[in-house]
Write a protein that binds this ligand. Structure first.
Ligand code: C5P
Length: 406
């Protein structure tokens, strides 16, 4: 499961830090990209040079280093990973994490991350058993930090007990299990379009539609929750920003197309936006006057670019999976099947937006899932439920694709 997965490994200062070198080797052998942050005390146990040589990347260590922050700030460091692993995790770093202390690059990155965190504690048995440490562990577990080990055994200090860091192969297996279970789309890039577009007539008026963006935003959120790096290109909506998603806000269809093309390459594109089909030929730079009947009474309109079709047709840059939506008022399935062909997309989600269905703006959606080979009627579901089912299908699809590529 590790090819292409990006792991941010934080090495804190314990004697077990030497084992992290072996962990880096394991992870890279399994195809992962490993980027490392070392704490100041970790550098007493392993040299940044060895870490860098094994990870094949620059090693990050200083919060205030201008080059580090200019090239790759702590926010970027944590966002660019699929999983953050702290190994070894000392009692000190666990305490800082539990209390939200950010006094160096490692702890600030841990505060800033929107990714899951896995820790492999390593410390003396008495430090491990200390109520303060146990209390910090409970706090971190309640925040869903994943613990690997520690194991029981003879310690570097000569004592025997719980507190030894799990072996690198065990940590690597746990990371593999994590990606199987929680983040099957890690390492994949998804572009999602959502919301309406606004096509300006003059500085105050525009052509728009009733799309709320709820469905597209729910899909972006579900993709990010499965570990996909997700770019949401959205028209104006009142929906809150989904967590862990890169948001690109646009107004018009042309802007949406530009933003989508600029976000390529991607493994998948889910076009859930209700893109306006037309735009006024000319945008008045001054507010049009009611009195001025000749211009106000008629608008010359031009057809907007079809983003879904452009993506599906973009030869070498085509995302592997392109999914469209078909909002229909009648002959829903027939129209959607024809639309799948015409647009050149792989799958289409058809929904009934005839008057009375209240799909726009509502929290629920009744859809049909259409591929080359299947037409399925899904029950009435919350839009988040439609998103989860769709992302289940996407996950299955990429699993099969990955197996075929092996
Ligand atoms: O042609 P129609 O608007 O019915 O097609 C709907 C599908 O095409 C949706 O997936 C929508 O996001 C996408 N679309 C697009 N660009 C357009 C029009 C529609 O991406 N200009």
């Amino acid at each position: 499961m590790l090819p292409g997965k990006r792991i941010l490994l934080i090495i804190s200062g314990g004697i077990a830090a030497y084992k992290s070198l072996d962990l880096i080797r394991h992870l890279r052998e399994h195809g992962a990209f490993v980027r490392c942050i070392v704490t100041e005390s970790a550098t007493q146990f392993v040299t940044p040079l060895s870490v860098s040589a094994l990870s094949g990347d620059k090693v990050y260590r200083d919060l205030f280093s201008l080059t580090d922050e200019a090239e790759m700030g702590h926010i970027q460091l944590s966002r660019d990973a699929d999983l953050v692993v702290v190994a070894p995790a000392t009692a000190n770093i666990l305490a800082k994490m539990a209390q939200g202390v950010g006094d160096d690059l490692a702890t600030t990155t841990l505060l800033a991350t929107d990714k899951d965190i896995m820790v492999a504690p390593a410390m003396n048995v008495r430090m491990w058993e200390h109520p303060a440490t146990q209390n910090n562990i409970s706090i971190l577990k309640s925040r869903e930090v994943i613990f690997i080990g520690p194991t029981e055994g003879k310690m570097a200090c000569g004592e025997f007990g719980e507190g030894r860091m799990a072996e690198p192969a065990g940590i690597s297996d746990a990371i593999d299990d994590y990606f199987h279970a929680y983040a099957p789309l890690a390492g994949r890039h998804a572009i999602v379009t959502s919301g309406p577009t606004h096509e300006a007539i003059d500085p105050v008026r525009y052509i728009a539609n009733r799309s709320s963006g709820k469905q597209g935003h729910a899909i972006a959120s579900a993709l990010a929750a499965r570990g996909a790096r997700t770019t949401l290109v959205t028209g104006p909506t009142h929906e809150p920003n989904p967590a862990g998603v890169k948001i690109v806000r646009i107004e018009s269809a042309q802007d949406m197309l530009n933003a989508v093309l600029a976000s390529l390459p991607a493994d998948m594109a889910i076009c859930a936006a209700a893109v306006a089909d037309w735009r006024p030929e000319k945008i008045d730079d001054r507010k049009m006057k009611k009195r001025d009947h000749t211009t106000a009474a008629s608008l010359n309109i031009l057809e907007n670019p079809d983003i879904l079709r452009t993506l599906a047709d973009s030869a070498d840059r085509r995302p592997h999976l392109v999914v469209g939506f078909a909002a229909e008022t009648n002959d829903i399935i027939e129209n959607a099947v024809t639309k799948r062909d015409y647009k050149g997309c792989d799958w289409i989600i058809a929904n009934d937006v005839s008057s009375g269905t209240n799909t726009f703006g509502s929290d629920e959606n009744k859809v049909h899932f259409i591929t080359e080979n299947v037409i399925e009627d899904w029950p009435l579901l919350a839009k988040t439920g439609v998103a989860d089912r769709l992302v289940d299908r996407i996950t299955e699809h990429f699993k099969t694709f990955a197996r075929a590529a092996e």
